[in-house]
Design a protein around this ligand. Structure first.
Ligand SMILES: Nc1ncnc2c1ncn2[C@@H]1O[C@H](COP(=O)(O)OP(=O)(O)OP(=O)(O)O)[C@@H](O)[C@H]1O
Ligand SMILES: [Mg+2]
Length: 360
């Protein structure tokens, strides 16, 4: 799939923007703080109903304005979709082909994208939350049932934590029992789907990593569930007293993690910075591969300022694996590897919320 046209109104520092995009490589070049990432954020918002950098989406609305609007014309294999996302100070709304959608989650799977930014390079060392986010963003885009189970799980988890707090006052555990049963139902689905997904991710990332490390490194991606499917119910009960004391649920998919091994060595502990970067690149490329397989066409790749963080060899590897994918690259300067691809579709200069096309 690819975006033909993107329009913004009162979105961050854009009063009005209409951007035609090429189905290949699109470059948004400009100095810092000019609005490059804002364009990628608009696409991310339409794909996931949230921003990749803030939980307070009203920050997106241009200062002093009431509303922000994104409109995307998307070309898929056989159909064209028009996506509208509307933000006001109080609410968010979206429409697909001019039909308002009731739940923003319906946006998942309409535009499929993978974003890669310098923060992702910390994936291995950063906290488990970021690694869970990596899994969730991918799975939500390819599996609506996963998205639903994840949403329900977090709703129930919130209720259970509330019941844990209330226990201190009422000494009544019946509500905790109710939430435990529901939590189990959704946790089971999440754990099962994560197991399958990570198994597949492991196989694909292993091959890619083997290739880009010149055949030297054997990567293993390991799912580390906080609790196994079989033990979930018994562990919830076992830790209930502790959970009441701390007023939070200590086991469950919200505590899951991923770990990475190269030639049986834990990358988080012993991996060099270069190895960690290569692992993240392999993971992102595997993510693109799996998404393509599940949706039957290539997703869109958003590279936010990441090329300058990768050395020449890794940049080449990235382009080798993404040849047929619409790619939006933000940068302050154009890397040699991009010129070498000889396939720059469109080059734009971004300056203070204005975007001008530069003829190549
Ligand atoms: N709600 C808003 N209204 C108006 N301007 C905003 C709003 N939110 C952010 N900005 C402006 O947007 C600009 C930042 O845009 P963006 O993050 O896209 O920059 P960038 O070009 O990606 O920069 P860098 O190269 O540093 O990553 C800043 O000038 C900021 O002041
Ligand atoms: Mg930026």
């Amino acid at each position: 799939m690819y975006i033909r046209q993107l329009s913004l109104n009162d979105f961050r520092n854009y009063e009005k923007l209409e951007l035609d995009l090429d189905k290949g490589i699109n470059i948004l070049k400009g100095d810092n703080a000019q609005g490059k990432t804002n364009v990628l954020e608009a696409i991310y918002l339409c794909a996931t109903a949230r921003s990749h950098r803030t939980h307070k989406e009203k920050e997106i609305i241009r200062w002093g304005r009431e509303y922000a609007h994104v409109n995307i014309h998307l070309q898929k294999n056989y159909v064209q979709d028009i996506i509208d996302f509307h933000l006001s100070q109080k609410s968010k709304a979206a429409a697909i082909n001019k039909m308002p959608i009731h739940k923003l989650g319906e946006l998942f799977g309409c535009i499929n994208m993978v974003m890669f930014s310098p923060e992702d390079l910390q994936l291995i060392k950063s906290n488990p939350k970021e690694r869970r986010r990596f899994i969730d963003i991918e799975l939500c885009q390819i599996d609506k049932l996963y998205y639903y189970a994840l949403r329900q799980y977090h709703k129930v988890l919130k209720q259970r934590n509330l019941a844990l707090k209330q226990y201190a006052v009422y000494k009544d555990s019946s509500m905790i029992d109710v939430w435990d049963n529901q939590l189990e139902e959704y946790a089971e689905e999440l754990i099962r789907k994560r197991l399958d997904f990570i198994e597949e991710l492991n196989l694909i990332a292993k091959d890619i990593h083997h290739d880009i490390s010149g055949g030297k490194e054997r990567l293993q991606v390991i799912y580390e569930p906080s609790v196994s499917l079989e033990e979930f119910k018994s562990k919830l009960l076992k830790y209930r007293e502790k959970d009441i004391v701390y007023q939070t649920t200590s086991v469950g998919p919200h505590r899951d993690d991923l770990s990475f091994q190269i030639n049986d060595m834990d990358v988080k502990v012993y991996g060099s910075q270069g190895q960690q970067r290569t692992v993240v690149l392999s993971m992102k490329l595997a993510e693109l591969n799996i998404m393509t397989k599940y949706i039957g066409e290539e997703p869109i790749l958003l590279l936010d300022d990441v090329l300058s963080e990768l050395d020449d060899k890794r940049q080449k590897d990235l382009f080798k694996y993404t040849a047929n994918i619409q790619t939006l690259i933000t940068c302050t300067g154009i890397e040699q590897s991009v010129w070498n691809t000889q396939k720059i579709g469109k080059l734009y200069y971004v300056n203070d919320g204005n975007v001008v096309e530069i003829k190549i």
